[in-house]
Write a protein that binds this ligand. Structure first.
Ligand SMILES: Cc1cc2nc3c(=O)[nH]c(=O)nc-3n(C[C@H](O)[C@H](O)[C@H](O)COP(=O)(O)O)c2cc1C
Length: 216
């Protein structure tokens, strides 16, 4: 099947693009409004794109009615947010928080999670999250009336000691299993792993390394 994006409806574009670019990690974002009420919502148009500056990006649409999501309003107003990574301990909370909860109510009350202070920003992180990234708004790019890209600069990271090898300072893969979003209502967990360093040109030219020699 060959598709031209100009021939696809917005709905079909979303369906194809979100189904082919998988898996996507999920940012469970906590933000706060100017009155201090905390909001939480998951976003899978999300990833990290740079380390200096340290930049994460969120792609957030408006609601079908055109209303701006609370996360966008809060980040616009306070310039701060937290990306909490999602493992098995908080998937239920992630799903509850994706519901259209009114702006004057907090998802936290429904989601059964606890908030704790961050190190450097005045927005709280989710206590049960294995990893939290404290972010300051770096730039907002309005792609269209319905879709904003929010670039956040990561100022601080919190990692649960239980998922770290404190000597090597590496995460222990068996203990850190963030959720992966597939398409529609489908999700997955990380499966088999393998290691392979980036080949050198010496290996390719002199030693004759070829694609077929590389096994997972
Ligand atoms: C796993 C998951 C991923 C989602 N990813 C996105 C996304 O990338 N962008 C988006 O606009 N909405 C996304 N949503 C929908 C929002 O979470 C939902 O609209 C939420 O109610 C927004 O809340 P807020 O108004 O409190 O910000 C996602 C929902 C789920 C369950």
């Amino acid at each position: 099947m060959d598709l031209l994006l100009k021939d696809l409806s917005t709905t079909d574009r979303y369906k194809f693009l979100s189904a082919v670019v998988v898996p996507r990690p999920v940012a469970f974002v906590t933000s706060r409004n100017e009155a201090g009420l905390h909001n939480a919502a998951p976003f899978s148009f999300f990833n990290v794109f740079s380390e200096d500056p340290a930049i994460v990006v969120l792609g957030i649409s408006t609601r079908p009615s055109g209303r701006i999501k609370d996360t966008v309003t809060n980040i616009r107003d306070t310039k701060k947010f937290v990306v909490n990574m999602v493992d098995r301990s908080i998937i239920g909370a992630m799903h509850i928080a994706s519901a259209e909860i009114p702006s004057d109510e907090s998802e936290i009350d429904y989601a059964g999670i606890d908030l704790v202070d961050c190190q450097v920003i005045d927005v709280k992180r989710i206590k049960q999250a294995p990893v939290s990234l404290e972010c300051q708004l770096f730039q907002t790019i309005e792609l269209s009336e319905r879709r904003s890209l929010i670039l956040g600069e990561v100022l601080a990271i919190h990692i649960d000691d239980a998922i770290m090898d404190l000597e090597t300072k590496r995460l222990i893969p068996e203990k850190y299993s963030p959720i992966a979003r597939l398409y529609g209502d489908y999700y997955a967990w990380l499966g088999d792993r393998y290691t392979k360093a980036i080949p050198t040109m010496e290996e390719i030219r002199t030693l004759g390394l070829r694609a077929g020699d590389i096994k997972e």
